[in-house]
Ligand binder design. Structure first.
Ligand code: SF4
Length: 419
């Protein structure tokens, strides 16, 4: 039987403490002199509800120190080449967590060790950070939100951020759900505290709206806690492929009859789903050939970034025709042509805009290479091409500022319920 604790509270700090108490207290998991690794979801610098609330990270860190932990480390690998250092600085996490005595680690710069996975589906070896493997206790602090690629981003998806970039992006292409079960075979958290106080619905992680649940969850079985969380969101857990796969592999209990809920009764919601396939907008006209999930996922990030964050600046550029996958069909072009991913670059070599010099001169043609292209390359390409609007040097920092809307995560104006 797996236990999942549900704790309501006036605020997220109360709910976090109560959820851990329902499992017997933090002393059940952390002992004097131990090193504890906390893995929040900091994959993007957008803030609540896309990222774990810093107050929950701080509360858990303090609880660990209170029972005598020697060292508490916090780390994540933000996706797509955004450096943790930048993210910590811009979100204010460094100042806040340093003041508690936490050690912040830039996971993307870590030494990774290969862990062999038997009967793997995508990753025969999962590369995991040494600082996580050498810690005595591994605590996962995921969010409860929707995701454009994995449907939900809960405790199993939170493990994705432990991977180095090359493995992280390999899952985009080779199967996110299957890859997540490989990671779960390689590492399982000792404790999961799910930041569900404000959930995220809709186009996660970039354009989420907050739903206030006023409770947090805790447990030790990732499949049990994810199944309960998915049900709370209004989804059938057996339809979420990575939860179902993990259950079929006996990596935990997804069967409600084998899950004991302790604490408060949950409320149930109806979270809006995220979409993987981008649709045409005023700015972007999308032409998709034979395309795998790798380019679709990377392109979704690109299109969300272009439309949502740079839409205003790019309005005067005459629109973008975006080609992705093998042999995309296209009859007319907007002023700018973006050829996205190696399949599109190779298969459009004989297209008229590539072979006719006059046409080629008339359009601004941009190739974004990669299989799939990774976010940092995409950002750099945009920076180089639109540096007259946005200074290239400051581009990444500029994006992070825009994502956080210039606010620190600890700013009282966060979270934006229903924003
Ligand atoms: S370049 Fe081709 S194979 Fe590679 S991720 Fe894109 S569509 Fe898939």
């Amino acid at each position: 039987m797996s236990i999942v604790a549900i704790a309501k509270g006036e605020n997220t700090i109360n709910a976090t403490r109560k959820a851990i108490e329902l499992l017997g207290g933090i002393q059940n998991f952390v002992r004097k002199g131990q090193t504890v690794f906390l893995k929040p979801d900091l994959s993007t610098p957008i803030g609540i509800p896309a990222s774990t609330d810093p107050l929950i990270i701080g509360t858990i860190a303090k609880m660990c120190f209170d029972v005598g932990a020697k060292k508490v480390i916090v780390g994540d690998n933000p996706f797509g080449g955004i450096s943790s250092k930048n993210l910590f600085k811009f979100t204010g996490l460094d100042e806040y967590l340093n003041s508690i005595g936490v050690t912040l680690i830039n996971l993307e710069k870590e030494h990774f060790e290969p862990i062999k996975v038997s009967e793997s589906k995508v990753l025969t070896e999962v590369h995991l950070p040494k600082s996580v493997l050498s810690s005595d206790v591994f605590i996962s602090i995921p969010t409860i939100r929707t995701d454009f690629l994995s449907d939900v981003a809960l405790s199993i998806k939170n493990l994705h951020g432990l991977l180095p970039d090359e493995q992280y992006f390999l899952l985009y292409k080779s199967g996110i759900h299957e890859g997540l079960t490989d990671i779960l075979k390689a590492i399982k958290p000792d404790l999961i505290i799910m930041d569900s106080f404000i959930g995220g619905e809709g186009q996660g992680p970039f354009n989420l709206s907050g739903i206030e649940t006023k409770f947090n969850l805790a447990g030790t079985d990732p499949i049990a806690i994810d199944s309960i969380a998915a049900s709370i969101m209004g989804f059938d857990p057996s339809q979420i492929k990575h939860i179902k796969l993990a259950q079929d592999l006996n990596l935990g209990n997804g069967d409600p009859k084998k899950i004991s809920l302790v604490g408060d009764d949950p409320n149930y919601f109806n979270f809006k789903k995220a979409q993987l396939l981008p649709s045409d907008s005023e700015l972007l006209s999308i032409h998709q050939g034979k395309c795998c999930s790798g380019c679709l996922a990377s392109f979704r990030i690109f299109s969300d970034l272009m439309d949502t964050f740079l839409g205003k600046e790019l309005k005067g550029y005459g629109g973008f025709t975006c080609l992705l996958g093998e042999n995309p069909e296209v009859s007319s072009y907007k002023r700018n042509i973006i050829i996205f991913g190696d399949c599109a670059i190779i298969s459009t070599k004989n297209y008229r805009f590539n072979t006719n010099k006059r046409i080629r001169r008339a359009y601004r043609i941009q190739e974004i290479s990669g299989c799939p292209p990774i976010n940092l390359n995409i950002f750099e390409k945009i920076a180089i091409n639109f540096k007259d609007k946005i200074p290239a040097f400051e581009f990444i920092n500029e994006i992070i500022k825009r994502w956080t809307k210039g606010r620190k995560l600890l700013d009282p104006r966060h979270p934006q319920i229903g924003a």
